[in-house]
Design a binder for this molecule. Structure first.
Ligand code: BYC
Ligand code: FE
Ligand code: FE
Length: 470
């Protein structure tokens, strides 16, 4: 499964055999590059960055490291190898052969899923475009750009599907993906979290921890799809996604480590005065990004999700592990707000699929938080970080109507408004965090609020020149 890198658009889908598709994508490419120039990283476009580029989808070839200028990155179209005799794994069509073309009756739903997935990829690049100017180290600067170019490639992955399988309206959607802008009042990105600003590195690490992890779970659910090209393209995206979450999880672990040191060593244990990020501030940023990211799973009770499942379009993460792939029997025990309290309600399983996926996501996050707490425990500190109650600070779904504390105690609107800044970053918290964001460009050096990583990228030393700045 090698890739012809001499082609304008590297790919393993035999693009040169389909002239019409090739022309359509070659037409879209300059628009993409124009968008990258306008909305991609605000600086450093001319600098050499030590990047990983996928040159084939097998384990040996998908991670090829070299210095590249970002605009020269080979954004390609790579699908995981087809599985022989693959059948639909769940829903009403379980056991039937997967589709290689879009079934007419599911066309709108599939297009919508693909467009929603696609929209998040350029959105994240837009959100992160100014971070390079305040990087805590060259190592981190390189990781930011790695994430950015790969999100660009994920956009390519979805645009390929739109162009190859959805005809004229697919091409129009592909144009629209380059026209929406994160945070723009008139033409915002589709999903909430992708319009929130990411203007400091603490937010960046929270985003790659929590929001990219929504990406992981949505991609796992789409990898189960009966529409085989969607399954194959998302399966390959997942291999790249792992690094994005690594950046977030280890980024915060490094901050926690530095904070632990300062709690011991700083005069009076005053972390902020010593130029670090105190645990209370870290907790508020967790509360903020975790709740925003929980919203990305959609409503707890969703007829959209039930239909996606029934029709074999979007499954559960690792559907194979489920005992019953039809899910017509059984119910999900859900906590539902009713008359000022939470009551249990049995929800038909198919209608609870968003919540089932969210459960897997919550567990995965908890594992990461446990790692951070291990760092605190090993340093002899009593303080711990936690994930707030799932209904905390939600804007989508059943809990959007609630006001509650991070531990789930219900509050009146007045009390919520009065006490909000105890739980979420206040303007002054944000100002403080921003005040720490001064760039460090010397190879091997780190900003004072974050510990160095335990090792470099691709076995390179920490002092390696991950980005050549001259
Ligand atoms: N913000 O039945 P409901 C990633 C809308 S991240 C705004 O509750 P459904 C990445 C919803 O669209 C992964 N609107 O929800 C990470 C619907 O609108 P309409 C992205 C929202 O449809 C980092 C209405 O509310 N992939 O890859 O079951 C960096 C009621 O819908 C939100 C996907 O999302 C929200 N948070 O589920 C880079 C996968 N939530 O119909 C990349 C594809 C819901 O009333 N998308 N709404 O206009 C989906 O599977 C589903 O669309 C959702 C929503 C899970 C998002
Ligand atoms: Fe992505
Ligand atoms: Fe990602």
């Amino acid at each position: 499964m090698n890739v012809d890198l001499s082609e304008k658009i590297p790919n393993n889908v035999n693009l040169s055999n389909d002239k019409r598709l090739q022309r359509a994508l070659e037409h879209w490419q300059p628009s993409f590059l124009g968008w990258w120039k306008d909305m991609g990283p605000a600086r450093y476009q001319e600098n050499d960055v030590y990047l990983r580029t996928a040159i084939s989808v097998d384990s040996a070839g998908w991670a090829n490291f070299d210095y590249v200028r970002m605009p020269d990155y080979r954004w390609g179209i790579f699908l995981a190898a087809p599985e022989k005799d693959r059948v639909i794994g769940f829903g009403d069509h379980a056991g039937q052969p997967v589709w290689q073309e879009v079934p007419g009756e599911h066309r709108n739903a599939l297009r919508r899923l693909i467009v929603t997935q696609a929209d998040t990829e350029p959105a994240s690049v837009e959100q992160q475009r100014r971070l390079g100017e305040t990087c805590p180290s060259l190592y981190d600067l390189r990781n930011l750009f790695q994430v950015n170019v790969e999100e660009g490639r994920h956009l390519w992955a979805m645009v390929y599907l739109l162009h190859a399988y959805f005809g004229r309206d697919g091409r129009e959607e592909a144009e629209a993906l380059l026209a929406r802008r994160s945070g723009d009042a008139d033409r915002p990105r589709i999903l909430g979290a992708f319009n929130a600003p990411i203007d400091d590195w603490l937010s960046f690490f929270m985003f790659t921890m929590f929001t990219d992890r929504d990406g992981k779970y949505q991609l796992l659910a789409l990898a189960e799809s009966g529409f085989d090209p969607l399954s194959r393209t998302t399966r390959f995206m997942l291999t790249e996604e792992a690094h994005h979450m690594f950046v977030g999880e280890t980024g915060i672990r490094r901050i926690v480590q530095r904070t632990s040191e300062l709690m011991k060593d700083a005069p009076g244990g005053d972390v902020r005065r010593a130029g670090g990020i105190d645990l209370a501030t870290l907790q508020k940023y967790i509360n903020d990004w975790y709740s925003l990211s929980l919203d990305l799973f959609g409503g707890e009770i969703s007829s959209n999700a039930a239909e996606y499942f029934a029709n074999g379009l979007k499954g559960r993460a690792n559907e194979r592990k489920a005992a019953d792939h039809v899910a017509l029997e059984g119910a999900y025990d859900m906590q539902v707000p009713e008359g000022g309290r939470l009551v249990h309600q049995a929800v038909p399983l198919r209608n609870a699929m968003n919540e089932v996926l969210r459960d897997a996501y919550v567990d995965d996050n908890q594992r990461g938080v446990d790692m951070w707490n291990k760092t605190l425990a090993e340093a002899g500190h009593e303080g711990r970080l936690t994930l707030p109650f799932r209904g905390f600070n939600r804007r989508i779904g059943l809990y959007a109507s609630l006001h509650c504390t991070p531990d789930g105690t219900l509050l009146s609107r007045e009390e919520w408004t009065r006490r909000r800044d105890e739980w979420l970053p206040s303007e002054s918290d944000r100002d403080f965090v921003r005040s720490l964001m001064r760039p460090v460009y010397e190879p091997g050096k780190m900003a004072g609020w974050i510990a160095p990583p335990s090792k470099g990228i691709n076995n390179q030393p920490l002092g390696f020149e991950y980005v050549r700045l001259d």
